[in-house]
Design a protein around this ligand. Structure first.
Ligand SMILES: Nc1ncnc2c1ncn2[C@@H]1O[C@H](COP(=O)(O)OP(=O)(O)OP(=O)(O)O)[C@@H](O)[C@H]1O
Ligand SMILES: [Mg+2]
Length: 394
């Protein structure tokens, strides 16, 4: 269970860019142990629309149901709704309904009187009282025990709580933000969740898409976590290689943003240089690239086969030069990145680039193995046309 989570002022919530929103200092400090985002990344069009929806809903007092797969940012969105609401100066309380027994949940939510059960040595206020005039985040609300659902419904209707062991109702004014990663409609149909409580929660629903359905967020989020963990670990200059970006984009992210966050953190710990390589990310689960044609080498093979048919002299050198030229162009002339991408040493790369006459002030060595002629579409080696599309692996 989350403990006291502090408060923030709406006025101090400022937008540094249209899509990167800074939480205020006080709130980010109060977000306790885990990284808890100090900024929200909303780059993909899907996420931008979501942000607009959040901004529309937040100022009202409407109960909100946040629905999304694990790790999609449900809690972060709930905090953001609170931060943008008129209640932001007051408490944001968070309770994980799946983590507590029915008896404990009742006491946590509504409080208890001294002596009301064994171990109740003092009276205690519940979350509804603590979060009075603020917001209460009920996480994994689909796991709320059935008996508790009726009690909660009563509180939402009557706007008052009765502590365990008491008969005295206490008025409360709390905005509920509930979250679930299970389909509550199905839970209602299966009689695991009360329909009347579902309708209460479902006043405004925010549906968070899985990360695979908002690919425009993947790299901005990866850089965001790189910055956070890089600063923390003292590796501020670490960057993603272009090939790593491709790997991240091609991955399904079954654990969504949380998985991406953990993957970046882990990669930073194992990465030996200033560039995170694909192999620094130990990605589990299904990779799109394993199922799809994204990194298939089929067209590469057929390109080489066509070259074989032409049988130009020094075929291997042609292929090698093409690979190096293409990678060098892909890395925009950055030698370190190109060497990392190709997994060769920078010395070897520089030697080859010098050989091809591609280093500043270098001329193609007179012992060149083949003639190169740049064309509009690519270049020609020993008369063989090497266009980028020849090596297109899609
Ligand atoms: N839009 C975002 N921008 C930046 N960081 C984000 C964003 N969304 C989520 N995160 C980060 O991703 C991690 C997971 O988010 P969060 O805990 O809110 O997800 P969740 O849906 O509640 O996950 P779970 O289902 O596992 O409880 C957190 O560290 C959070 O700070
Ligand atoms: Mg959560």
């Amino acid at each position: 269970m989350d403990t006291f989570l502090g408060s923030t002022t709406a006025g101090s919530l400022e937008a540094s860019t249209p899509t990167l929103l800074a939480f205020d200092e006080l709130q980010s400090r109060s977000l306790s142990l885990s990284v808890r985002a100090t900024a929200l990344v909303f780059e993909d069009p899907v996420s931008r629309r979501l942000l607009e929806q959040i901004e529309r809903i937040a100022p009202s007092d409407a109960t909100v149901l946040v629905v999304g797969e694990t790790g999609t940012g449900k809690e972060l969105v709930a905090r953001h709704i609170h931060a943008l609401s008129n209640r932001s100066k007051n408490v944001f309380g968070a309770l994980n309904c799946a983590a507590l027994s029915e008896h404990l949940i009742e006491s946590e939510l509504f409080g208890h009187e001294k002596g009301s059960f064994t171990g109740a040595l003092t009276s205690k206020e519940g979350w509804f009282e603590t979060a009075n005039k603020g917001s209460l985040f009920l996480d994994e609300v689909g796991d709320l025990p059935f008996g508790m659902q009726a009690k909660l419904l009563r509180v939402l209707q009557e706007r008052e709580v009765v502590k365990v062991g008491s008969r005295q109702p206490v008025p409360v004014d709390v905005r509920i933000i509930a979250a679930t990663n299970v389909n509550l409609e199905e839970a209602v149909a299966a009689s695991h969740f009360r329909a009347d409580l579902y309708y209460r929660f479902n006043v405004a629903t925010i549906q968070l898409s899985p990360l695979r359905d908002r690919p425009g967020d993947i790299l901005p989020l990866a850089r965001h976590f790189l910055k956070i963990y890089g600063d923390r670990l003292g590796y501020s200059d670490v960057k993603l290689l272009p090939s790593t970006e491709l790997t991240l984009l091609n991955y399904e992210w079954p654990g969504n943003i949380r998985e991406l966050e953990n993957a970046v953190h882990r990669a930073l710990l194992v990465c030996p240089s200033n560039f995170l390589r694909p192999e620094d990310f130990k990605l589990s689960g299904v990779r799109a690239s394993e199922n799809g044609p994204t990194i298939s080498t089929t067209s590469l093979e057929s390109a080489i086969q066509r070259l074989c048919e032409q049988a130009p002299p020094k075929l291997f050198d042609i292929v090698e030069e093409t690979v190096i030229r293409t990678a060098y162009a892909f890395c925009e002339g950055n030698q370190v990145q190109t060497a990392n991408l190709l997994d060769i040493s920078r010395n070897v790369l520089r030697h080859k680039l010098a050989l091809y006459g591609m280093l500043p002030n270098s001329q193609r060595k007179s012992t060149r193995v083949h003639e190169t002629e740049t064309t509009d579409e690519g270049f020609r080696l020993n008369g063989a046309e090497i266009s980028p599309s020849l090596l297109n692996t899609n």
